[in-house]
Design a protein around this ligand. Structure first.
Ligand SMILES: Cc1cc2nc3c(=O)[nH]c(=O)nc-3n(C[C@H](O)[C@H](O)[C@H](O)COP(=O)(O)OP(=O)(O)OC[C@H]3O[C@@H](n4cnc5c(N)ncnc54)[C@H](O)[C@@H]3O)c2cc1C
Length: 306
């Protein structure tokens, strides 16, 4: 009887050990594949992120793999020795799908790395810079994604209103530079508070979103668009987003001045003088920079160039 029991227990233990060994071997093999991919990415110069990319907190990561499944690009993230790692980080285009998919919030989206530092402007919790009256919202401040930019654009203007400023009939209350998601949300919020404002856009309404390929799946999360309401979008398209923004702006009679690049902002006595490339000057009490991080891309000047 005793011998029988020993044999049964022994078999069960051996069976369990075998399962654990197989599992560990599989993990090791999977890690080796990821390791090889990282080496290849390093050789090809694709390992180091160039812009927005995920950073994984290994103390929180539970290797669910949800980030890898959610990412529409290939091999940006992998699992190595029990934790998430970046593989072809330079191919990350900032969809933010990994960030939304992670069940334990182990992912944050970051611009710049230890090796490739990016200078980020210092802004207060109100989005005001060290130049009183100049605010920053959206990707320029270091946080990417459409939803974040929309929220920051609204919050920056809400804060300006809360902090209060002296109205002056001879100047604008606010000049918004850039009409990407942050500038659009800021314009709607400025309208909500009946501010005397203008929005200048060097290119075309929509910002970086306007430059997305037509067929790209745009991943986002529900957000509040001022004077419009809750926008419940997850996987959408550039066309749907642009239609929605155009609808919200035209419903509220907001006219964004496109093809108008801001060239200079100077502090004058109690206001700012903003000069456009065309030489037009504006006097404004406050400025919101919602210019993203793409700069002013040079164009080919041929039909179809965006
Ligand atoms: C390829 C790609 C794919 C992406 N996919 C997604 C996605 O699926 N989901 C997601 O949430 N995010 C995505 N992102 C990130 C998202 O597009 C940005 O985070 C977001 O557009 C930032 O909004 P913003 O308003 O801060 O800046 P932008 O959208 O960059 O807008 C800034 C605007 O300011 C204007 N501007 C700049 N300088 C001046 C000037 N001197 N005078 C006047 N105007 C000026 C620019 O022309 C531009 O229109 C993606 C980004 C890229 C590059």
């Amino acid at each position: 009887m005793l011998l029988e029991q020993i044999i049964i227990y022994g078999t069960v233990i051996l069976f369990c050990l075998a399962i654990v060994m197989i599992y560990l071997r599989k993990l090791k093999q999977a890690s080796e594949v990821v390791e090889a991919k990282i080496e290849k990415a390093k050789e090809e110069g694709l390992h180091e992120p160039v812009s927005l990319h995920p950073v994984i907190d290994l103390s929180t990561c539970i290797q669910s793999g949800a980030c890898i499944e959610a990412c529409p690009e290939k091999d940006i993230i992998g699992i190595l020795n029990g934790g998430g790692v970046l593989i072809n980080a330079s191919s990350c285009v900032g969809h933010g799908a990994c960030f939304h998919a992670c069940p334990v919030e182990a992912i944050s989206l970051v611009i710049g790395t230890e090796k490739r530092g990016v200078d980020l402007p210092h802004v207060s919790e109100n989005y005001e810079t060290n130049v009183p009256g100049i605010y920053i919202a959206g990707e320029l401040g270091g946080m990417g994604l459409i939803k974040n930019s929309v929220e920051q654009g609204s919050a920056a203007v809400e804060n300006m209103v809360k902090l209060g400023f002296k109205k002056d009939d001879s100047t604008l209350d606010l000049l918004i530079v850039g009409a990407g998601p942050a500038g659009i949300a800021a314009s709607l919020t400025a309208k909500k508070y009946k501010l005397n404002f203008v929005t200048l856009e060097q290119d075309t309404l929509g910002g970086t979103v306007f430059t997305f390929p037509r067929s790209k799946i745009v991943m986002t999360a529900p957000m509040d668009l001022p004077l419009y309401g809750k926008v419940k979008l997850y996987d959408t398209s550039k066309g749907e987003l642009l239609d929605l923004w155009n609808k919200a702006l035209s419903k509220n009679n907001i006219n964004i001045q496109e093809k108008t690049k801001v060239e200079a902002i100077e502090r004058k006595n109690g206001h700012f003088k903003v000069t456009t490339q065309k030489g037009v000057e504006y006097k404004t009490k406050q400025v919101l920079l919602a210019i993203g991080r793409r700069g002013s891309p040079r164009k080919l000047g041929v039909a179809g160039a965006k």
